[in-house]
Design a protein around this ligand. Sequence first.
Ligand code: ADP
Ligand code: MG
Length: 252
Amino acid sequence: MALLEIKGINKVYGGQGPGGVTALHAVDLRIEAGEYVAVMGPSGSGKTTLLSILGAMSTPSAGSLLIDGIDVYGLSQERQADLRREYLGFVFQGLELVPYLTALENVMLPLAILKEKGKPERALESLERVGIDERKARRVPAELSGGEQGRVAIARAIVNDPPIIMADEPVGSLDSATGRQILDLLRELADEGRAVVMVTHNPESTEDVDRIIRIRDGRVEQDSRQDARQDARQDARLLPVEVQPMASLHTR
Ligand code: ADP
Ligand code: MG
């Protein structure tokens, strides 16, 4: 069973009548645990809309969303919110850190609903995981570099330990070395068995992904798996390659 599945998704903004914009047309997708997926496509093609539908942040005009086999829109609003909290972590386009809160407070936001103690500890753990120490955790975003802000946004996305991570252009504004650190972190999260769905413009950002979904005008244009990373890993481990004797192909 897929961890995430959408069937027949349409999304129309601004009503069905004239003036309505159809951002997604009959989109079907299945995404498995452990998959690192890039969503690519021109500006306005529907990437953010697709991510928000996959992440149950936006209601489709038609179609269904199953998370871990659970039909999300068959649930009450309250149960939908519970499901989102339990299953999903988001890195938003532009990161959307709250400017007047410290890094630590930003990371604690998804925990706000929880009554239990230990929230700062959990947030600090999450920040440590992405390489932000306690001293930097006390700073507001403007006092951190772009790369550090990106890492704080990831810490916030994983603080609830969700099995699914959505990231909308997480390295859009970063230089390539800093962006690489963020992409490596996302790869690690997928290697832990999470599904990671990342929107990106940049082909360089897709080097380590398992799968690339290209969308155009609200439709899936191409959906391809790649094992570039696995090849690279195997190359590193197995070289020199053992050569099979060609003769064996001919023996009878
Ligand atoms: P992308 O992320 O690929 O740039 P979006 O998903 O943001 O694309 O947008 C897809 C289409 O839907 C575009 O035509 C955009 O103008 C339109 N759109 C997106 N959000 C809204 C909205 N809230 N209201 C009306 N139209 C929207
Ligand atoms: Mg977008």
